[in-house]
Ligand binder design. Sequence first.
Ligand code: TRP
Length: 474
Amino acid sequence: MSVLRGQFSSKLGFILASAGSAVGIGNLVGFPVMASKNGGGAFLFIYLLFIAFVCFPVMLAEISMGRASQSSPVGAFDSLSGNSKAWRAVGGLGIITPFFIAVFYAVITVWILIYLVQSAMGNLDVLANPDTFGATVSSPVMFAYLVPLLGVLFFILGKGVNDGIERAATILMPTLIVMMVLLIGFVLTLDNAFAGVSFYLVPEFSKIDSGVINSALNHGFFSLSLGMGILITYGSYLNKKENMVSSTRLVAIADTGVAFFAGLLVIPAVFAIDPGVNADELSESSISLMFSYLPQVFLSMQDFVGYFGASLVSFMFFTLVFFAALTSLVSITEIPIAYVMDEKDKPRREAIVYVGVAVMVFALVTTVSFGMSDFFTSFLHYGGISKSFFDLIYDVFYETILPLMGFVVCLFVCYRWKKHSMNEEIALGDSDYNDSFLRKYVGISLGTFIPVILLAVFMNNVSRIYFAHNLFGF
Ligand code: TRP
């Protein structure tokens, strides 16, 4: 373990960095659409319950693992298990997974960067053309943006925990909030915007079925950066004196708050432009919504604010999404870097070079899997459809391994590391924890129903993705 292990300078630094990690494309685009299509206020209510009762204990488990072991996932599973080889291998999965998530997320962030720059250059009309997205992702222009993006990413990471990760989050997160408030303020002044607000918020409990419950859970879990090793690693940078419970609660509130307010931006914007829109027209996929539908919405705003105003709104929106994506990308890429530093005893600079080169190589391969290379575009065939290299990474690491890791973390803290050790770690900065109801709840839930729920999500995802079959009727 490195003696010079970085540490967040304050509780706020940890909260901003972790919230920066958690807030991503899913919060800004995926969540609003999911909520408004699936029962509005009723969905929000269920989602809040999941965050509080299922996701929150898993967050505490991961953060306490990191802080107790002062290590990234491999070292954490290794030392807390009493050096078991098998658990160390499980930790290895917690390094490979973030690495590949970093690769596919970097590619998506490049798309956002292109839309941001093109909006600023006055090309909103081009972006609003439905064919533009497909043409962009399969064009060599991608490389011109990928290289500088990775440059910025590794520059931030190269500066370390304090001057890099924490400082970036301290600048980007408040800017993100300000831009979001400005955009919401603007959108709500448009005619018909309130039809969107009521579509988003009026509860319809009849829409809640097992499928909706599954997606609320899936989304909450992923949104909070769970199962990715991020909270283990960031926990290892959290000072032992800090109150982990209150910090974690604020991270969960920030993530959920941004998702909630994004709904007041995206859905009213759509209704202002197209008051007759119905739920089916809103695509469930964040990607197609963000890159083909929203640019059309922004372009239509020229009737209210002129082409320049519409371009400005589009530019601000993509900058907002870009900042959200960049802080997530920073957090996920830090995991393999921390691994090289912790386990291979390399200085940060060297770790940056290894991980940087590896991310670059795989990001190039992923980029050409959108049409530039036939081999990587039709890479494999499973679940009844042909899949690209990008699809493969997304399916295997995002949809399959994340819930599995969540499941494993629950079992690990309860039955290997043991609850009392976890409780001691949590109580370090929070003297009330030992006598709290929360301690009882966390212990019981992590040892019983939370792993069962995560295993069910895992099994359903495996069967749906690889065998084209929905296990539980959803
Ligand atoms: N909330 C993120 C999103 O909306 C998901 C996520 C959490 C994530 N942590 C991450 C994605 C780290 C990439 C890297 O996209």
